[in-house]
Design a protein around this ligand. Sequence first.
Ligand code: SIN
Length: 302
Amino acid sequence: MTEMEVKLGQLTLKNPLLTASGTFGYGREFAQLYDLSLLGGVVVKGTTLEPRPGNPPPRIAETAAGMLNSVGLQNPGLGQVIDQELPWLAQFDTAIFVNIAGRKAAEYQEIAACLDKVESVRALEVNISCPNVEAGGLAFGTDPKAAAAITAAVRDATSKPVFVKLSPNVTDIVPIAQAVEAAGADGITLVNTFLGLAIDIKTRRPLMANIVAGLSGPAIKPLALRLVWQTARAVRIPVIGIGGIMSGQDALEFMLAGARAVQIGTANFYNPLAGPQIIREMAGWLENEGVRDINEIVGEAL
Ligand code: SIN
């Protein structure tokens, strides 16, 4: 049997597969289908200080090889997440990451300080890459100084590992990745969605109420893989790869490109059993190849 345990700095995951923020809720629906303890980790929906209703519909559209979303960080707010969602999720033996978002640095810091006291939270994922909100989100993730400032604010507020989720919607990912590393990030998650647009030919208008939206799914895999590869060459902290992973083979490509763990997002929508299936496929492929430990292949393609 191939050893599937991975280390992300101080954090150990039983296997490298996490479910991506915003694609898995808090796991309640998926727990009716399989044991969430099979997963290396679960990243919960982007959490803000106050509840948010998100953007008005339409805010989801299928595309030829993926989907567009402009959800706008709908979530029940930090209080409910701490009081109801995290205690429920903590029954499973899987690493809980909380994805956090805010309009300004002080909000990120306040959320991080509150979550620092929640024992079941293993790591924070700082969302500076949501393309669907007016304030915060992408505005922080496209500028190295702003990205570093948010990272440093969160770093000051918590002793938990801090992963920063970056946007692919930049000319050069390297200075941003290096800025968050220098500001104290323990790791980087990338990529969030690519900015896209859908047009309704009947109304002759943009389909989404928010006009632009984020593209995910198999269409973005080669683009995401390139960004992971470039980032893994440029930083020393661990990278978590995400972008169109649909199979064990896809996930292994990201690990060969330097990712120490992976997240699956859009796959959860079309196949709710994708998580455990992809873990099995990764382990099966590695066993067939005679690889004893998954860590042996990390970064082989760098
Ligand atoms: C959303 O809620 O709009 C998606 C979250 C994200 O892209 O970070």
